[in-house]
Design a protein around this ligand. Structure first.
Ligand code: ADP
Ligand code: MG
Length: 338
């Protein structure tokens, strides 16, 4: 497992209509672990507070001296492989099946990983049978997760499924204020409003923005006003856009789909290469400022209509194929986090 973030507490969690149900469920799980909602399954989009809430439960139980494990799917898989390799599966079982609270974050990444699913299933059964609390998060409702075996999906729904929606403006403003308070900075209301519009729904960006504004203000010795915030944030937004290049997209798509970068830029018409090229074009158009003619020339296409045709094709596929959409979303995630 990984450590719990001590700042992800219930006290630091702003409750609003968008997250109240999940919040109450989490409070309940911290008061009566293993008894009322087991598992507690929390789902919702990126940056809406799922990890925060699950850590909050963890922090409460840890303070009571309970054994708490927080892990990502990847971490669980690594641990599993490691213990398997050294022939110490008993130790693995002791660790994951004897804790009082198991927190599995972003369970959608179990998708397609048959072997880990199998192991997780047995872990789940062992914990559940002994009334040890399990909390799971995911970006989607269990029913919508693809590539996970039915018996696991059905167990995800055994306890309570709670979702978190995008925060209302009011909640968003409170979250920003709370983050300012934790970071010991204070900004005027217009700046807090401005930050709220910049972050849209992903509260994950707040901390970075606060740090940056604060650093600028201290290093330059100026009071942060709205004008100043705007100029700093403008950099921030532009930096983010320029970070993603067609080259980095090409590299990632080639790796993910196991084709050569050079093939994607050539006139190779084999099915896998055409598919990979289309995805790369779609991502480049979506995530970089390049125009359609620019993309056409980069990928060796006749003209911009070939690019717009590709865009339509990929959008259609995403609409009709949830697995495909998931795959694209995953890639966007990876590219955005480089
Ligand atoms: P998720 O796991 O859903 O992607 P996180 O739990 O990582 O989101 O939250 C992203 C950031 O936003 C964290 O810094 C978290 O503390 C903060 N955050 C999200 N929702 C709230 C909330 N309701 N109150 C306070 N902070 C929040
Ligand atoms: Mg998370």
């Amino acid at each position: 497992g990984s450590p719990l973030n001590p700042l992800y507490t219930f006290d630091n969690f702003i409750v609003g209509g968008s997250n109240e149900f999940a919040y109450r469920a989490a409070i309940m799980a911290s008061k009566k672990p293993g008894i009322v909602y087991n598992p507690l399954f929390i789902h919702g989009g990126v940056g809406l507070g799922k990890t925060h809430l699950m850590h909050a439960v963890g922090n409460v139980l840890k303070d009571y001296g309970k054994e708490v494990i927080y892990t990502s799917v990847e971490n669980f898989l690594n641990d599993f492989s490691r213990y398997l390799r050294i022939g110490e599966m008993e130790q693995f079982k002791n660790k994951y099946r004897k804790c009082d609270l198991l927190l599995i974050d972003d369970v959608q990444f179990l998708s397609g990983k048959v072997k880990v699913q199998e192991e997780f299933f047995h872990t789940f059964e062992a914990l559940k049978n002994e009334n040890r609390q399990i909390i799971i998060t995911s970006d989607q409702h269990p029913k919508k997760i693809k590539g996970i075996e039915k018996r696991l999906i059905s167990r995800f729904e055994w306890g309570l499924v709670a979702d978190i929606q995008s925060p209302e403006l009011e909640t968003k403003l409170e979250i920003i204020k709370k983050k300012c308070e934790i970071n010991r900075v204070s900004f005027s209301n217009d700046i807090i409003q401005y930050i709220a519009t910049i972050i849209e729904n992903n509260t994950r960006e707040i901390e970075g923005i606060i740090t940056k504004l604060n650093a600028y203000s201290q290093l330059m010795g100026i009071e942060v006003d709205l004008e100043f915030a705007r100029s700093v944030m403008k950099n921030q937004i532009e930096e983010k856009k320029t970070e993603i290049t067609i080259d980095s997209i090409l590299e990632l798509v080639a790796k993910e789909l196991n084709v050569k970068q050079s093939e994607m830029r050539s006139n190779n018409r084999t099915v896998p290469v055409v598919h990979a090229r289309r995805i790369a074009i779609y991502l480049s158009r979506t995530l970089t400022p390049n125009s359609m003619p620019q993309l056409a020339s980069y990928f060796g296409l006749k003209d911009h209509t070939a690019v717009s045709h590709t865009m339509k094709k990929i959008k259609d596929m995403m609409e009709n194929d949830d697995d495909f959409k998931l795959k694209i979303d995953e890639m966007i995630n990876k590219i955005s986090n480089i």
